[in-house]
Design a protein around this ligand. Structure first.
Ligand SMILES: *[C@@H]1O[C@H](CO)[C@@H](O)[C@H](O)[C@H]1NC(C)=O
Ligand SMILES: *[C@@H]1O[C@H](CO)[C@@H](O)[C@H](O)[C@H]1NC(C)=O
Ligand SMILES: *[C@@H]1O[C@H](CO)[C@@H](O)[C@H](O)[C@H]1NC(C)=O
Ligand SMILES: *[C@@H]1O[C@H](CO)[C@@H](O)[C@H](O)[C@H]1NC(C)=O
Ligand SMILES: *[C@@H]1O[C@H](CO)[C@@H](O)[C@H](O)[C@H]1NC(C)=O
Ligand SMILES: *[C@@H]1O[C@H](CO)[C@@H](O)[C@H](O)[C@H]1NC(C)=O
Ligand SMILES: *[C@@H]1O[C@H](CO)[C@@H](O)[C@H](O)[C@H]1NC(C)=O
Ligand SMILES: *[C@@H]1O[C@H](CO)[C@@H](O)[C@H](O)[C@H]1NC(C)=O
Length: 357
């Protein structure tokens, strides 16, 4: 057996050469004096080089990421992607969570998204609507934590975890997740890092749902009422940003803020410019833009978002109850002053645009 082993080696070496083409171009012509010895030397050198390079690769990647890469390749290869349009391929993913196995959902394509919004724009309500869909997981305001948004490294680490389906939150589903995301407010490190974030989203195929509010005056009232409750904690000593009963909504809506009409126009302009600039800076991201007002006036508008996320149409529900439902004139203490301050300005429409619920 020992003899046959010695003969096997050069033969194996030859097979190896043939895979890459003409053996003459790859191997130094054996000299007539000791052809076998020389071929052995060349073969041994090649083996040593190969092993050395492999070891270096493994070391740099770490064995964890190495096995992950192998796993991802297996999944990518075994999932049938022929039904996915070429323009969509960049947005379709097959994540491999570390914390559990997707098992039968392994080949369910997953879309990555982020709800990009600002405080008091109905994004809390909107997110609960999306989460009532069995295949959608939106993990909430993850970047409300200062630590997670303190620098781009932290932000990317957090996003990677969410999009790898490893973020454990109440929104995590037992069903096959087909869209996973989070809610991200502009002032939570998003505007501050807009270029890097747009780059990340474009590189990893993440889509954005821009959700904003047209009536900035209503948004301001909602913000002031929310701040007020933060101090007073009107519902049995706890502060609530969102409520689930009309009874609670009425208690929170009782507060009528008095607006400073000297600084009002400047504040509205600031808020308007801030959002406009942000949308301009993030527009390279694959996105859909929706307005809170359109969502509450037209219940089918939310299906545009399901289409955008390519998840099946389902009836969506939320337990949230709207807090401010009355006309603005009944919700602002110094309404006449505010009216006079805004009448005839570019923000005049905020005074009149009231919706019926
Ligand atoms: C992939 O799916 C398509 C239909 O979507 C089917 O025609 C094709 O045979 C499938 N290929 C494999 C390898 O399963
Ligand atoms: C980024 O922020 C995290 C968390 O606050 C911190 O641990 C880390 O040192 C920071 N990294 C850099 C490069 O500043
Ligand atoms: C997620 O968190 C819940 C409760 O905190 C826990 O019961 C569950 O095991 C966790 N799931 C994973 C996959 O870590
Ligand atoms: C949604 O989840 C259900 C239940 O797990 C699954 O059967 C279905 O294929 C999923 N739909 C999509 C589009 O992923
Ligand atoms: C406060 O708690 C009491 C009893 O626990 C309950 O009956 C009442 O409805 C609560 N009030 C509010 C505003 O939540
Ligand atoms: C209203 O805003 C102006 C300008 O910011 C400020 O000087 C003034 O003190 C404010 N008035 C009240 C009552 O807060
Ligand atoms: C409601 O929204 C849907 C989807 O965007 C649209 O097709 C429809 O025309 C809208 N209806 C009204 C009354 O605006
Ligand atoms: C608003 O301004 C217009 C002129 O710009 C004036 O005619 C109108 O009376 C004003 N409305 C109120 C309620 O003051």
């Amino acid at each position: 057996m020992g003899g046959s082993k010695g003969e096997d080696k050069p033969a194996a070496g030859e097979d190896w050469c043939y895979q890459f083409g003409n053996k003459d171009t790859l191997i130094v012509k054996p000299s007539k004096k000791s052809p076998l010895a020389l071929r052995m030397v060349v073969f041994a050198m090649t083996m040593i080089c190969g092993i050395f390079i492999c070891t270096m690769c493994m070391k740099q990647l770490g064995s964890d990421s190495w096995s992950r890469i192998v796993k991802i390749e297996v999944a990518e290869q075994s999932c049938n992607k022929s039904a996915i349009a070429p323009s969509e391929v960049h947005f379709v993913h097959y994540p491999q969570p570390i914390t559990y196995s997707r098992s039968e959902c392994m080949c369910t394509p997953v879309r990555y998204f982020a709800i990009i919004s600002s405080q008091r724009s109905g994004s809390g309500w909107f997110e609960t609507l999306l989460n009532s869909h069995m295949n959608v997981s939106s993990n909430g305001e993850i970047f409300s934590s200062k630590e997670r948004r303190s620098n781009m490294t932290s932000i990317i680490k957090t996003l990677d975890k969410v999009y790898n389906l490893d973020w454990n939150s109440s929104a995590s589903k037992n069903e096959c997740t087909a869209a996973v995301g989070l809610k991200w407010m502009l002032n939570q490190g998003l505007v501050a890092n807009h270029a890097d974030v747009a780059d990340y989203f474009n590189r990893r195929g993440v889509s954005a749902i821009f959700l904003f509010r047209r009536n900035l005056l209503r948004q301001l009232v909602s913000q002031l009422a929310n701040n007020h409750d933060r101090y007073l904690k009107q519902l049995n000593g706890t502060h609530k940003a969102h409520v689930h009963t009309a009874f609670e909504a009425n208690i929170l809506a009782r507060y009528k803020p008095r607006l400073n009409t000297t600084s009002l126009i400047r504040s509205l302009k600031q808020a308007d410019d801030y959002t406009r600039d942000a949308i301009e800076n993030l527009k390279s991201i694959n996105h859909i833009t929706i307005y809170y007002e359109d969502l509450i006036q037209n219940r089918t508008k939310v299906y545009d978002v399901l289409d955008f996320l390519k998840v099946p149409k389902k009836k969506l529900v939320s337990r949230h109850v709207k807090i401010h439902t009355k006309p603005l004139s009944e919700q602002i203490e110094n309404w006449d002053e505010v009216y006079n301050a805004l009448n005839g300005t570019q923000y005049e429409s905020f005074l009149n645009a009231d919706y019926r619920i």
